[in-house]
Design a protein around this ligand. Structure first.
Ligand code: FAQ
Length: 333
């Protein structure tokens, strides 16, 4: 796995081949990035930095919101009252994460309506992982253990992202994701301590979710067009492949505790690198999903559109109440 060539932050912030001297605002921005300090909403920032953040944060927010669907599928069928309560709380947490992230993106000058319109029109991305089905209860374990586990690996470094509102939102989100990952692990542990049929259900589910979870980290480094610039701007702190590797290194001992097999016949410890070697990822599947041809792409967007329509009366009522309050305040003053 090769690391991307990382351009110098100052030169890249100014744009390749731009020999003009930096403006005072550019100098200030570059100095903040170099000093590992934070860029705040009112600070000057290059257009590309703003656009990159809007792209990443809105995709991330969309993922949290669409990501509610595969698990809400199981709320009415959870096997006990305790599991139902935990699952409701988890799905509610994802809604909260979406809201923090949409708010962080709004500080960059895009409105919530624009982001929602782009999502329901099918023009905005959300994580590939949420286009898979959740046909068994064990999938709630796999989503927690593998999907939230991958999310944590990817997101802990984002707590240090150079844009203040994004980094701060990630701190809170990561705390909740840790709990999510543990509840997934615990569902699988209980199944693995159960009957042969329960153990088989857990293994079958992990077989389906393992490779898609590895794809969550994005394309390989040599096919990741955004990485170099995002790393130079200290939005990304590690490459896609580095984080994917870190995730697998973490999973292997956990799988051993669970008694589960990770479905990669080429997975083996490498004494030289001090890491696990991984088998080949099927990137065709990833690109098919990004092109909208995954197992559940159509239904996920359709459900999001329906939910948006179902919520119209709430938005209208809130807007009417807000107008009324503004009028009352104007009369009183
Ligand atoms: N899915 O050049 P790169 C969660 C796109 S939250 C779809 O490497 P970048 C919590 C990428 O956008 C999960 N598209 O891009 C939860 C770009 O396309 P564009 C979401 C993907 O941005 C758990 C193109 O490929 N987490 O799970 C994916 O430098 C359970 C080229 O890629 C985040 O969003 C993908 N997996 O790196 C909720 C974390 N990967 O935009 C409910 C924040 C790549 O140029 C239940 N995001 N693409 O048209 C990131 O860290 C980064 O954006 C990456 C991609 C690492 C995802």
């Amino acid at each position: 796995m090769t690391s991307p060539r990382v351009p110098h932050p100052i030169r890249s912030a100014l744009g390749a081949g731009n020999n003009a001297s930096p403006t005072p605002e550019e100098e200030q921005f570059n100095a903040l990035i170099e000093a590992d300090s934070r860029i705040e909403p009112r600070d000057w920032m290059p257009d590309g930095y703003r656009k990159t953040l809007i792209r990443q944060i809105s995709q991330h927010a969309n993922s949290e919101i669409i990501g509610m669907q595969p698990e809400s599928n199981w709320i009415t069928r959870a096997p006990s009252l305790k599991r139902k309560a935990v699952l409701i709380a988890k799905v509610q947490d994802e809604a909260g994460h979406g809201l923090y992230l949409y708010s962080a993106a709004q500080t960059l000058g895009i409105s919530r309506e624009e982001m929602t319109d782009q999502l329901i029109a099918g023009k905005a991305r959300y994580s590939s992982i949420f286009n898979y089905e959740t046909p068994t209860w064990a999938d709630m374990g796999s989503v927690g253990w593998l999907v939230d586990g991958a999310a944590i690996c990817n997101q802990v470094p984002l707590c240090r992202a150079s844009y203040g509102p994004y980094g701060r939102a990630m701190v809170r989100i990561c705390k909740e994701e840790s709990f999510h990952q543990r509840q997934g692990f615990e569902i699988l542990l209980e199944l693995m301590n159960g009957t042969p049929a329960q153990r088989a259900m857990a293994q079958e589910s992990v077989n389906r979710w393992y490779w898609p979870a590895l794809m969550m980290f994005g394309p390989p480094d040599d096919d990741s067009p955004n990485s170099a610039q995002s790393t130079a701007w200290k939005i990304k702190r590690f490459s896609n492949d580095e984080l994917r590797q870190r995730f697998v290194n973490m999973l292997v001992p956990q799988a051993a505790v669970l008694g589960l097999t990770l479905p990669d016949p080429d997975l083996k410890w490498n004494d030289e690198t001090g890491m696990y070697d991984l088998g080949e990822i099927d990137w065709t599947e990833f690109h098919e999903i990004l092109a909208g041809r995954g197992p559940a792409n159509g239904r996920r967007l359709q459900r999001r559109r329906e939910a948006h329509e179902d919520g119209r009366w709430v938005r209208d009522a809130a807007a009417a109440y807000s107008r009324k309050q503004t009028q009352e305040m104007a009369v009183a003053s």
